[in-house]
Write a protein that binds this ligand. Structure first.
Ligand SMILES: [Fe+2]
Length: 180
C-alpha cells in the first residue's frame, strides 16, 4: 500500500480515499448498466456522493492543507476541477435522464472526477501526509459534517421527487393538520 494511505477508518485521508473508491465503482456501474432507469438511479447516487464529498473537501480538508501551503497550484487546480464538476452536476440535476445528452454529460463528469481523484491520490495526498496535521482529528470533523450533509442532501432529493408531476404530492402547500 502507498505510504500516504492509512488503514485507520477515522483518518481523514482514509475517509476521502474510501469516497473515491465508492464513486469510481458507481462510474463503472453506470458504464455497464443497460437501461435508462438503472443509469438514472446510479447517476443520482453518484451525484449525491459527489456533492457531499466535494463539500467536505472544500470546507474542511483543503483549508487545512492551505494553512500549511501545499503547492498553491495543486490546490487551485483542485478548486477548478470542483468548479467544473459542479457546473455539470447542476445541469444534470435539471435533467430527468431521458435527454439526448444525459449519458454524455454524466460520462464527461465521470472523466473529470476520475482525473481529479488521480491528482489527489497521486500528488495532493502524499504531500499532505508530510505536513504537521492531525489527520485523526480532521477525520472526526469530516465524519461529523458528512452526517449533516447526508441528511441535508437526502431531504433535498426527497423534496425534488415529491415535486415531480405525477408524484403523490405536487403542491408545496403543507398537509392539513387535524385539530387537536
Ligand atoms: Fe476527493
Amino acid at each position: 500500500m502507498f505510504e500516504w494511505f492509512s488503514k485507520d477508518e477515522n483518518d481523514a485521508i482514509h475517509i476521502l480515499t474510501t469516497d473515491h473508491d465508492i464513486v469510481k465503482q458507481l462510474f463503472d456501474q453506470f458504464e455497464d448498466a443497460d437501461g435508462p432507469a438503472s443509469k438514472r438511479r446510479i447517476s443520482r447516487q453518484a451525484i449525491n456522493e459527489l456533492k457531499v464529498h466535494a463539500a467536505i473537501e472544500e470546507e474542511i480538508f483543503y483549508p487545512a492543507l492551505r494553512q500549511q501551503i501545499v503547492e498553491k497550484d495543486v490546490m487551485n487546480e483542485a478548486d477548478e476541477e470542483h468548479h467544473v464538476a459542479k457546473v455539470l452536476i447542476a445541469e444534470l440535476d435539471r435533467m430527468d435522464g431521458t435527454e439526448d445528452h444525459f449519458d454524455a454529460k454524466f460520462t464527461v463528469l465521470a472523466e473529470n472526477v476520475r482525473h481529479h481523484i488521480m491528482e489527489e491520490e497521486g500528488d495532493m495526498f502524499p504531500r499532505a501526509r508530510s505536513l504537521d496535521i492531525d489527520f485523526l482529528k480532521l477525520g472526526q470533523q469530516i465524519l461529523r459534517r458528512k452526517q449533516q450533509l447526508k441528511v441535508i442532501e437526502g431531504g433535498k432529493a426527497l423534496r425534488k421527487r415529491s415535486a415531480k408531476p405525477g408524484s403523490k404530492r405536487t403542491s408545496r402547500a403543507p398537509r392539513k393538520r387535524k385539530a387537536a
